[in-house]
Design a protein around this ligand. Sequence first.
Ligand code: ZN
Length: 171
Amino acid sequence: MRRLVAAASAVALAAALVLPASAATFSWKVRAPFTLTVVDNVDDPQLRELLAGSVAEWSASVVDLVIGTVRTKGKTGPYVTVSDDVYPDSWSGLTSLSLERGYIKGATIRLNLSWLASSSVTFQQHVICQELGHALGLDHTDDPASCMAPNGDLAHPSAADFATLEAIYGR
Ligand SMILES: [Zn+2]
């Protein structure tokens, strides 16, 4: 799932388009190689392990993801925060993008822990993989090999996802 939070100057786009495989909607204003720090604020050892797995898999692309901490003072570089939310609704993950002049300047991934707790580990990995993909600017895809496919439980990024990231961020 994805929720878009647009900066005041940006226009929120409806995500009603039919998109080709591994479509990108937004991008960070950077060129590869670059490192994106993923700040894990979820105090859950199993989810941390799954997050580390997806971070490693996405890092096989032109983008290098690392799990780390970010000091708000003197912060440099882009970062993604991962936090937990507990809602009774049947959603599993949400990624909010903050935009500045059309580019991503921050991303927040929310994981619905109570919902995920009743899901399989494969599905949990699927959700984390997909939300990280959204944080990188990728939209849902019809690629049957990708975790960006919304109706399934594929838990890994695909070669097409990596090609899209290379097209967005170059080398
Ligand atoms: Zn999604």
